[in-house]
Write a protein that binds this ligand. Structure first.
Ligand code: SF4
Length: 591
């Protein structure tokens, strides 16, 4: 089965902005954040938001002190906003900028004496807000037939609910032009382009697939409209599901292609769960070369074989950059160490991985004992091989293993919790990515030296360390960018959730470009006096290491809308820099 996911599926800018704002203020408001109606139409996310003290405002109940009121993306009528201001709590305006534009259009034409005709769904929160701005000048229509019931106007301005169906809007606009041919008519097609694009893509996708899945809350107007469009166009079955558990596999199991789209308030992690559930059905209930390859890939990815193999490639590069000979025991130690540590990290953090991939969560749940055994046996082998290799390497690996294992454990005694809120290293904000990158940098840079029985702290050593640290850190940031929605909802503080997606992307670009420049400049200036080997070869080794960084730069540019994040092969994209690093080191040796 080929699963095609719409590019436009998921949170739109307005909803994302409101959710981010709510979560940001939840951390600052001891009394919590109260939103003017459900922030998004997705029950599972609302439940999680509630756990983060983001709840829907209940007008009949008093609002606790030190809490914040957040106006959601739909906006509210001006008198409602004023009534909130009178309560005396801080107000955060999460109204989507596109909805705000409609408010301004209504205000402008109303003040100029125009009647305001709004196309929209009666009772929809955004429409109630628009009607509030239009006041007595406002008239709501839902279909071209409603235009006949309107009174005569000298001057009329037509606007729309931002999520209204554009074809119906065009029909209403035409009818208005015909009926009010003698009047002054202003048509403002205020349908959000995100909605437009989503509806167009759904139409186009539904026409070329055998079945469609529309993912989103049953009370979400824009998702309902997507389901309606899909039903109109798709020749096969169309399912409107809120969660993966609602998929009727029997109805679609014979379909060759299934399209998936989702409403503007459907979080990415829910879309991913639906995609993964379909893949799971497909892989477990059908057999074939394609599904076997996919299953094998998932197995290796879930076992962290790719990232552990990446560490071996980077080790090879590290040896070449520092003029040491890579050897099999070193490769084996690093492969088993990173395999066991990534496994341990996932097992110790199992519940929180739920929003980062259903298949991974399911895999870890089903094979928990076996995976613990694999991690344990790998650690035993790491210690055994390093013990045979020499006592200093053994000490280094004992320290690395202990550091990796205690990261998740509670190490701060109870009596100290009055002065620190951190019970373990993992509680320190942004610590995970930093510790992981440090482990990569320290181990892979110094292991070749320890194995050779020398310790060198030359400029090349630090360049090598920095390169490995950056490659590993960028890998973590790429995963954090993918998981940003789930991390925010779970309250996990990563650099991405703290600093924000756009700033992190800019910082990553700057970091990559500076690193590339350093790798090109450094060997030209400093290496000619290097005593170990030929400066030309050394120069080439360092300069070629710009390639993995260049790859990351291109990947980040291509993935700026997170398109690769939904690919089944995301891990390969996010870890390819390690393999490129090793291959470039090898290339420098043969050229
Ligand atoms: S659908 Fe468009 S108008 Fe509505 S919240 Fe999203 S971005 Fe804003």
């Amino acid at each position: 089965m080929k699963i095609i996911l719409a590019q436009t599926a998921g949170f739109c800018m307005g909803v994302k902005r409101a959710v981010d704002s709510a979560l940001e203020h939840a951390g600052k408001s001891p009394g919590g954040v109260f939103t003017t109606g459900p922030l998004i139409h997705n029950n599972q996310t609302i439940e999680m938001l509630r756990e983060r003290k983001v709840t829907t405002l209940d007008e009949s109940l008093p609002i606790p002190p030190q809490s914040t009121i957040l106006i959601r993306a739909h906006g509210v009528a001006p008198d409602v906003e004023k009534s909130y201001q009178n309560i005396g709590h801080p107000i955060v305006d999460g109204t989507c900028p596109t909805v705000k534009t409609v408010h301004k259009v209504i205000e402008k034409y109303k003040n100029m004496g125009y009647a305001i005709v709004i196309t929209g769904d009666e009772g929809h929160a955004e429409v109630i807000g628009l009607q509030g701005y239009a006041g007595n000048a406002g008239y709501l229509v839902h279909s071209p037939a409603d235009v006949d019931r309107l009174p005569h106007f000298e001057k009329l301005c037509l606007v729309s609910q931002t999520t209204f169906d554009k074809i119906t809007f065009d029909e209403v606009a035409q009818k208005i032009k015909d009926r009010y041919a003698q009047s002054e008519v202003v048509i403002k097609k205020t349908i959000c382009s995100a909605t437009d694009q989503r509806q167009n893509e759904t139409r186009e996708l539904a026409a070329r697939v055998d079945a469609m899945l529309v993912v989103g809350g049953k009370n979400s107007a824009n998702t309902k409209r997507l389901a309606h469009i899909a039903r109109e166009v798709c020749k096969g079955p169309v399912q409107y599901v809120e969660t993966e558990s609602e998929i009727d596999w029997r109805a679609i199991e014979r379909c060759k292609t299934v399209g998936i789209t989702a409403g503007a308030s459907t979080p990415n992690w829910m879309i991913n769960r639906v995609v993964e559930q379909l893949e799971f059905f497909d892989q477990t209930k059908k057999k074939g070369a394609h599904t076997t390859v996919r299953s094998l890939f998932n197995l290796l990815s879930n076992l962290n074989v790719f990232v552990a193999s990446g560490a071996v490639f980077v080790y090879y590069a590290s040896c070449k950059l520092q003029c040491f000979q890579p050897d099999i025991p070193g490769m084996a130690i690093l492969f088993l160490y990173f395999l066991s540590m990534y496994l341990w990290n996932s097992l110790a953090n199992l519940e929180s991985t739920k929003h980062q991939g259903l298949s991974r969560f399911r895999f870890y749940h089903a094979h928990k004992t076996r995976l613990f055994a694999i991690a344990g046996i790998s650690i035993a082998f790491v210690l055994f091989i390093s013990f045979i290799q020499g006592k200093y390497l053994f000490y280094l690996m004992v320290f690395s293993v202990i550091a990796g294992l205690v990261y998740h454990l509670t190490i701060v005694p109870k009596f100290l919790l009055t002065i620190t809120r951190y019970k373990s290293l993992k509680d320190i904000p942004t610590s995970r990515d930093l510790f992981v990158a440090l482990a990569w940098g320290i181990l892979i840079t110094f292991m070749p030296q320890v194995m050779a029985g020398v310790l060198v702290f030359s400029l090349s050593t630090w360049f090598c360390f920095s390169l490995i640290f950056i490659l590993a850190y960028l890998r973590s940031l790429i995963f954090d960018l993918r998981d940003i929605e789930g991390d925010r909802i779970m309250g996990r503080e990563t650099l991405v959730t703290i600093i924000g997606e756009n700033r992190i992307r800019t910082a990553i670009h700057i970091l990559i470009l500076c690193s590339i420049a350093s790798l090109i400049i450094y060997p030209l200036i400093f290496l000619p006096g290097h005593p170990r080997v030929s400066p030309a070869r050394d120069s080439m080794s360092f300069s070629l290491q710009a390639a993995p960084l260049l790859y990351l730069f291109i990947f980040m540019m291509w993935n700026k809308d997170n398109r690769a994040s939904r690919s089944a092969f995301f891990n390969i994209f996010a870890e390819a820099q390690f393999f490129i690093s090793g291959l470039c080191a090898w290339l420098a040796g043969v050229v």
